[in-house]
Each structure stands twice: as structure tokens, then as C-alpha cells.
Write a protein that binds this ligand. Structure first.
Ligand code: DAH
Length: 338
């Protein structure tokens, strides 16, 4: 009987210690310590022993029972600690503030450029592109700049080699397009330009232009003005007016500076427009016959107009922004507002 009790105890201890989860532990408990379990069974059989043996065996049985109970409780605690540790690792704290996913958006400059292009697409223009690294011929010579002409001063740019420079305007695209096709030509050329300007609130070494070119039979200055007026109204609404003033560009004759009603003050005069009520946004003119002849067009048959508009200027007007540097700051607080 002693042996039997010892064996039972050892078995039970083993079963409790090997239990891998609460379920297994509970099964073991029922088997050994349960009301109909094996310990009870063994204890019941004590009654059948001769009377003088009963106290010793009874004590032994009680001790075995205590030991089994102890091991059972110990294992129960271990398992409880394990689950608590696991749970705390993965626990979701519903009181923490949520992490909103950030949604990307178009940069205000490119959004403005897209809007501009959209208007010209509606007028029957198509989009053309050219390289940001240009050579002297497309940048100046083909655009009718005489050598050492002072008009090149305002186009001071960055040279990569003797004949490789970062384009200072989108006008070279005009030449590249006309070399490839015969009239009618009706394109807009959006793109990045570069100049060795000192950076301030209205100048940046990198900026965007939208170039326009239309060449066909019978194109007049009235077509240029009408086209730009439609563009200005589409962009800024019917109260936006356009002002033309004589200007000079080697590749247009005559040339005109384009100014729009200052959107910020509505034309009343404010700091942004230096009290004039107008904002200069670009240049334009009738394509110089020298340029057309240079690409082999018949200048007796064809005339054309061209224009170049600063995208930053328009984006600043559109959003009431007073510093061009903000576009290139990468400041998410600025970008998220527009
Ligand atoms: N490219 C000129 C500039 O950056 C702007 C310009 C003027 C473009 C007249 C034109 C034009 O196409 O006809 O200053």
C-alpha cells in the first residue's frame, strides 16, 4: 500500500509538472485529485486495511495528498503567469490616440501647372517637353539671340560644360518642336528652369515655366491676346483682367509683358503688387520671322505667337502665398494647407 501511494504521488506530480496549459492541468487534477479521482480511490481502500495499519497509511496518504496539491497549485500559478506575460506583450490599449495614415497629395506647384495645362488642352494645344540640360544653340542661337547680346544677362544660368547648361527658360522647346514638324503647331511646354538668381521672396534658382507656341497661317497679335485672356479668366475668374506692355525678347517681335489683375487686392493696390494693382506673370509676342526661318518655315506663309508664364507666380496668386521659397522648403505644414 505504501508503494502504491508513493507511485500515485509520483505519477500525479509528473502529470501536473508536464501539463502545458490549463486544460491539461485540469485533466490531471480531475484524474488524481478529483472527487472520483485516484487519490480518493486509494484513500477509500484504507478502510479495508487491518485497523493497526490504518493510522500510518492514513498519514502517508494525507502527506501524498498535500504534496500533490502543492505541485498542482505551483503549476497553476506558473501557467497563469505565462498567459499574463503573453497577453501584456500583445495587449491593445484602446485609450491611446489613433495613428492616422498620411495621405499624399500633389504639390501645389504641380497642381497649378496641371490646371494651366488643362485649360490649354481645352483650347486645342498639346503638351511638348524638352531636356532640362540644353546646349547653347537651342538656348540662345536658334532663339535669335545675337552673340554677347545683353538680353542674355537675365538668362544667366549654370553651366555643366562649355556647351551644356541648365535651361534658363522653356523657350528652347519651341525650336525642338518646330524642327520636328510642319505648321500648324499648337503646343504648351511645361518644365523646370534654372537661373543664377539670388534667392529671395520672389526669386529662386529653380522654377517652373509654361511655354506656349502657336504657328499657322494668318495668326495675329489679336489671337495671342484673346488666347491669354481666355486662359486668365479660366484660371482666376471673370474679374481677372490682363495688361500688355511693350517688352523685348529676341525671339518675338513685337513682344509684350503679361500682367494680371492682382488677385490679392483685386486690383486696388497692395504690398504684394507694389501698389500697382497688377502682377507680372510672363512674356509673350509674335514669333520673330528669323526664328521661323531658322527652322525652315516659310515666313511669307506662316506667322505665330508665343508666350512663357511663371508657374510659381500663378500659384502664389492662386493661393495668396507671399514667398516663393515656401514651395521648395519641403515643410509639410505648408504643403498640408493647400
Ligand atoms: N522665356 C521668356 C523668359 O523666361 C518668357 C517668354 C517671353 C517666353 C516671350 C516666350 C515669349 O515664349 O514669346 O523670360
Amino acid at each position: 500500500m505504501e508503494d502504491k501511494l508513493e507511485q500515485l504521488r509520483d505519477e500525479a506530480v509528473g502529470a501536473f509538472q508536464n501539463a502545458e496549459d490549463n486544460e491539461q492541468l485540469e485533466q490531471a487534477r480531475v484524474e488524481y485529485l478529483g472527487r472520483h479521482g485516484r487519490l480518493r480511490e486509494a484513500m477509500a481502500s484504507i478502510a479495508n486495511l487491518p485497523e493497526e495499519r490504518r493510522p500510518t497509511i492514513g498519514n502517508l496518504a494525507n502527506r501524498a495528498s498535500r504534496e500533490m496539491e502543492q505541485v498542482y497549485q505551483q503549476r497553476q500559478q506558473e501557467l497563469a503567469q505565462q498567459t499574463a506575460a503573453q497577453e501584456s506583450g500583445e495587449r491593445i490599449d484602446v485609450t491611446l490616440p489613433g495613428r492616422a495614415s498620411r495621405v499624399g497629395r500633389r504639390h501645389p506647384l504641380l497642381a497649378t501647372l496641371d490646371e494651366m495645362i488643362e485649360i490649354f488642352l481645352g483650347l486645342g494645344f498639346t503638351v511638348a517637353e524638352g531636356p532640362e540640360v540644353e546646349n547653347y544653340y537651342y538656348s540662345f542661337e536658334a532663339l535669335n539671340y545675337p552673340e554677347f547680346h545683353p538680353a542674355m544677362d537675365e538668362q544667366m544660368t549654370f553651366y555643366i560644360g562649355d556647351d551644356a547648361l541648365l535651361r534658363s527658360q522653356t523657350s528652347p522647346v519651341q525650336i525642338r518642336v518646330m524642327e520636328q514638324q510642319q505648321p500648324p503647331v499648337r503646343i504648351v511646354a511645361p518644365g523646370r528652369c534654372f537661373r543664377r538668381d539670388t534667392v529671395d521672396a520672389t526669386h529662386c534658382h529653380t522654377f517652373y515655366q509654361l511655354e506656349g507656341l502657336l504657328v499657322d497661317e494668318g495668326v495675329t497679335f489679336a489671337d495671342l491676346k484673346g488666347t491669354l485672356e481666355v486662359f486668365a479668366r479660366e484660371m482666376f475668374g471673370p474679374s481677372c483682367h490682363m495688361r500688355f506692355r511693350p517688352d523685348f525678347f529676341p525671339f518675338t517681335e513685337p513682344s509684350a509683358e503679361i500682367a494680371l489683375t492682382c488677385i490679392i487686392c483685386g486690383g486696388e493696390g497692395c504690398r504684394a503688387c507694389e501698389q500697382t494693382g497688377w502682377m507680372e506673370v510672363g512674356g509673350s509676342g509674335m514669333v520673330d520671322p528669323n526664328v521661323l526661318a531658322g527652322v525652315g518655315y516659310d515666313t511669307e506663309k506662316y506667322t505665330g505667337f508665343a508666350f512663357g508664364v511663371g508657374v510659381e507666380r500663378l500659384a502664389m496668386l492662386r493661393h495668396g502665398i507671399d514667398d516663393i521659397r515656401l514651395f521648395y522648403s519641403g515643410d509639410m505644414r505648408f504643403l498640408a494647407q493647400l
